[in-house]
Ligand binder design. Structure first.
Ligand code: GDP
Ligand code: IMO
Ligand code: MG
Length: 427
């Protein structure tokens, strides 16, 4: 009864979509358990790109059930757009299941996300402005609207009336912003409700039955450990739990049912948005990484910040999520570097730390301790066996496994499905 987790170990965009799609061939079900349309997971099949925000990256396999579980915050407009886009490309969308308990992203969430960012000025978080934070705030504040409310006309009309009155009060009095129109939102969201209704189900019961029937379940993390609201570089984080612990609360599948955790590790580091990034390279190396890796955000198009691999961060992710295997992605992006560095420790006042500092003030002071590796200076995109990788690439990978204390499981050398080297059987 394998239940396998795919979780990002850095600051997102590690290539989780590619790894999930690759493993989904053997999975019965792929489940998103947190986050929302702030995610941008790109899957490439035969050179064709599919960009997914809410739909699980198993959607490209006919017959794989794709579950959006209760821990996700769902923007109906985005979800329906994605469903339409998939249908137009001939993808079967009949196997989507949307949790009744998932919270719904409303127009005021996106507006508050935008206004709050403006108000933060130079202290902005650099959010994706998809309304994710404000939607989770309302969930915790007990004024959220869930999918089960959305598809109940009477309940939705009543809840929206109450909540919108509160939101408009704040919009007008605090933000000096025009109020949002009740009738307009009601009519637009009624239409969304009708279109989403066929997908809605009790995903807790559905997933537990799948598990009991011995189906293979893949949990697709969005974002990553360093963006986790508890474990990341708070407050420069997202509002959910991308770590494997997020699965228990985000799906109703008990933590003890999880068999394996795969941590996705980009062979170097990127971050989009503000916040600390100890190995950031604000120099020609950073630019080379950005250009070689086309590091521009899937959701917002923003240039991603780039830097060397931070093995301290990956080790930390390994502890928190219980990572069994690493899926190292984008190793090919380093093909043309003469020298490659890896951060293997943090130093402050001459002392090596054995933890990731909680305080951003302290984290800003850490001095990364680097090990330098000779580059392999060759094209690895056609390599399909670990033994055929250049010796220097293997040295880099093996040191990564040693420092992080996590086994190598998968190596990815390009965006396509076949550009994947398997060291450990996951399913
Ligand atoms: P995610 O958010 O973790 O799913 O990652 P993104 O999809 O935002 O970003 C990863 C990008 O790298 C996507 O465009 C993938 O198609 C691409 N990708 C994944 N693995 C590899 C790889 O091994 N090599 C290369 N060159 N690209 C990859
Ligand atoms: P995937 O799943 C990279 C970042 C934003 C911002 C912070 C908070 O593609 O890896 P939010 O809109 O969530 O309130 O923004 O988190 N962020 C991501 N960065 N990849 C993502 O998702 C991200 N989702 C959110 O840039 O810094
Ligand atoms: Mg992404």
């Amino acid at each position: 009864m394998p239940a396998v987790v795919i979780s990002g170990t850095q600051w997102g965009d590690e290539g989780k979509g590619k790894i999930v799609d690759y493993l989904a061939e053997k999975a019965d079900t792929v489940v998103r358990f947190q986050g929302g349309s702030n995610a941008g997971h790109t899957v490439t099949v035969n050179g064709e790109e599919y960009k997914l925000r809410l739909l699980p990256s198993g959607i490209l396999y006919k017959g794989t059930t794709c579950v959006i579980a209760n821990g996700v915050v769902v923007d109906p407009e985005c979800m329906l757009e994605e469903i339409d886009a998939m249908k137009n490309r001939g993808v079967d969308v009949s196997n989507i299941r949307l949790s009744k308990r998932a919270h719904v992203v409303m127009p005021y969430h996106k507006l508050f996300d935008e206004l709050n960012e403006q108000n933060r000025g130079d202290k902005k978080i650099g959010t994706t402005k998809r309304g994710i934070g404000p939607c989770y705030i309302d969930k915790a504040d007990r004024i959220g609207i869930r999918v089960c409310d959305l598809i109940d006309d009477e309940e939705f009309a009543a809840r929206l009336k109450d909540i919108l009155a509160q939101k408009n009060f704040i919009l007008e009095r605090v933000y000096n912003h025009a109020p949002l129109d009740y009738e307009e939102i009601l009519s637009v969201y009624k239409n969304y409700a009708e279109r989403l209704r066929p997908y809605v189900c009790d995903t807790i019961s559905f997933l537990n039955k799948q598990f009991d029937a011995g189906k293979k379940i893949l949990f697709e993390g969005a974002q990553a450990t360093m963006l986790d609201i508890d474990y990341g570089t708070y407050p420069y984080v997202t509002a959910s739990h991308p770590v494997s612990g997020g699965i228990g609360v985000g799906t109703g599948i008990a933590p003890k049912k999880i068999d394996k955790v795969v941590g996705v590790v980009k062979a170097y580091c990127t971050r989009v948005g503000e916040g600390p990034f100890p190995t950031e390279q604000l120099n020609s190396i950073g630019e080379k990484l950005r250009e070689a890796g086309h590091e521009y955000g899937t959701v917002t198009g923003r240039p991603r910040r780039t830097g060397w691999l931070d093995a301290c961060v990956v080790k930390y992710a390994g502890q928190i999520s219980g990572i069994d295997y690493m899926a190292v992605t984008r190793l090919d992006i380093l093909d043309d570097f003469d020298e490659i560095k890896m951060c293997v420790g943090y130093k402050i006042d001459g002392k090596i730390l054995d933890e990731i500092p909680a305080s951003l003030k302290v984290l800003a002071q850490v001095e990364p301790v680097y090990e330098t590796f000779a580059g392999w200076k060759s094209d690895i995109t056609k390599v399909r066996k670990y033994d055929d990788l250049p010796e220097n690439a293997k040295k880099y990978l093996e040191r990564m496994a040693e420092i992080t204390n996590i086994k190598l499981g998968i190596i990815s050398v390009g965006p396509n499905r076949d550009q994947t080297i398997i060291l450990e059987k996951i399913f």
